[in-house]
Ligand binder design. Structure first.
Ligand code: APR
Length: 240
């Protein structure tokens, strides 16, 4: 049964770049996290097995930075779209800045910093908000708690529901992602041929087919796009 496009549905697909102007580091830019940490040590199940304290320290530090950060004009503009449209935010980010800005439907495919989970049972998830996770913090089954983050080699969450939203969106806005990490990045290709498809970033390795790339920062460009959409106008491809 083909899913029909919902004329009122907008899907946002965001990555670390949307939170950059809130002071949170991206991963692959010149000052990105992966320049200072080895992914294998802090973002894989093997790294967790080898040195859980290093992994807890890495995510405890990122959680504290996120607590200090505030949503920026791009997060707030995306939330404002809900005045007129049915908006689903699919984010690779583990911060909660979209929610803080007022977005009400946010799908975290790579997990959330404000949650911890059992290291032996993925279904045991606990909201910890700004609390650190320490060695000795255990789940109901007595095993060590880990960050509720999807690591490399693990399966992202909610891909099916995210894919369905992409396929039924009349407008898709991809913002602040290098589209370097699959299967999450593959979601952008699920958007329909005649949906309006925009991509906002500072650079792009390979622009996904059918997308118009607006080069620039999220804070500079997203409010313009949102204003046009709320006014029923097509954003200009050169803004920024
Ligand atoms: N405004 C808009 N885009 C920006 C900005 C900004 N201010 N700053 C950076 N960017 C863009 C960059 O041009 C780049 O395309 O954001 C993107 C950041 O890319 P990455 O650092 O690779 O972040 P992301 O795409 O979210 O990474 C995906 O990789 O390590 C994993 O799980 C991690 O979810 C993450 C995934």
């Amino acid at each position: 049964m083909p899913e029909f496009i919902d004329p009122d549905k907008i899907v946002i697909f965001s990555g670390a770049g949307v939170s950059a102007e809130s002071g949170l580091q991206t991963f692959r830019d010149s000052d990105g996290l992966w320049n200072n940490y080895d992914v294998k040590d802090v973002a894989t199940p093997q790294g967790w097995q080898r040195n859980p304290q290093l992994v807890l320290d890495f995510y405890n530090a990122r959680r504290r930075q996120t607590i200090e950060a505030a949503p920026n004009k791009a997060h707030l503009a995306i939330a404002a779209l809900e005045k007129k449209f049915s908006v689903v935010v699919i984010t690779q980010n583990v911060d909660n800045l979209h929610e803080q800005a007022g977005s009400t439907e946010v799908i975290h495919v790579h997990g959330e910093l404000t949650k911890a989970r059992s290291s032996i049972d993925d279904s045991l998830i606990y909201t910890i908000n700004e609390k650190d996770i320490k060695i000795g913090d255990t789940c109901d089954k007595g095993s060590q708690l880990r960050p509720h983050i999807i690591w490399f080699g693990e399966t992202p969450q909610f891909l099916d529901v995210a894919s369905r939203h992409m396929k039924t969106a009349a407008k898709v806005l991809v913002v602040g992602t290098s589209l370097a990490v699959y299967p999450a990045a593959g979601l952008v290709k699920k958007a329909r041929h005649h949906a309006e498809k925009l991509l906002v970033s500072l650079d792009i390795e390979k622009k996904p087919y059918g997308y118009t790339w607006l080069r620039g920062t999220a804070v500079n460009i997203i409010p313009h796009i949102v204003e046009c959409w709320l006014d029923g106008r097509k954003p200009s491809a050169t803004h920024g």
